[in-house]
Design a protein around this ligand. Sequence first.
Ligand code: C2E
Ligand code: MG
Ligand code: MG
Ligand code: MG
Length: 292
Amino acid sequence: RIKNNGKGSAAFFDAGMEREALARMKIEQSLRLAILEKRFCCAFQSKVDIRTQAVMGIEALVRLRDDEGVIQAPGSFINLATELGLIDELTHLVLAEIVKSIDLINDMFGAEATISINVAAKQAGNPEFMRTFAQALDDTGFPQRFMIEVTEDAFVAKSHFQSEILPMFRKLGVGISIDDFGTGYSSLSALADITADEIKIDRSFITDIHKRPRSQGILRAIESLSEALGMTVIAEGLESYEELAYLQAATKIRYAQGYYFARPIFLEELKLATPASSESRASVSARPMQQN
Ligand code: C2E
Ligand code: MG
Ligand code: MG
Ligand code: MG
């Protein structure tokens, strides 16, 4: 309902909006507190070679342990954290957890597996953050193990991102991955101007790929372009045997990430489930597990 405040302009107000504002303030507050108390942790999801099931890399997916100890997925807080300017700190916490757990990561996934960290497009567009982050990656002593995943929106034409920021990461040996490809605003032809090592085809194209000729066409186009440009292609969100069978029969796509092979999992859980031997490593971490 719109109330007239008597001065000719309308003031928007109702109890529902007030409740909403209060709820938002509460989330804001608990997010700030969570950062202060470092109540974040990472689940790790494998990127798998679909021919051998070997783990070629892992992706760190941040989780929040809320006030009540419940684990929250990033969908509920990443955008807000970005809006509030807390995302940079969060990314550094993710890196810190990886560094702290590197021996366990090596035991569980192999010392050759790359380690991917997501960087929001807004962060990617902030040279100051990117310089600090590159330095932090270098400080680990093993920067060449890392990849950063950014969405295609970060690669906007004529941005400093491509000309100055990315070369800085590349010089350290950090890989560049285009996340959620196909969902942003760039056209396929924009790929030709993008310098990246890896392209992740968004889950929306992979879901039921065996039944969707249009997705199949798009996949073929991305595949041949990526091949020409020397980029590794990863199919995101692979959930079923039928999808896998299609990729194997009709494409040359060699890598996939999805619940079919492995769910994101906490290292402690994996440690409990797995005797750390190199023989069991690939098969166990590639087995579908309970979702986090
Ligand atoms: P993303 O980077 O595209 O990660 C893939 C998301 O899809 C993850 O969700 C993962 O759990 C989920 N997923 C993986 N395989 C499957 C599958 O087979 N089926 C389905 N339905 N989903 C699957 P999650 O962990 O909730 O993360 C959501 C997004 O949050 C990520 O999308 C990423 O954009 C963002 N994010 C996660 N961690 C970070 C972080 O540390 N920093 C930033 N800036 N963003 C992050
Ligand atoms: Mg990602
Ligand atoms: Mg993605
Ligand atoms: Mg995504």
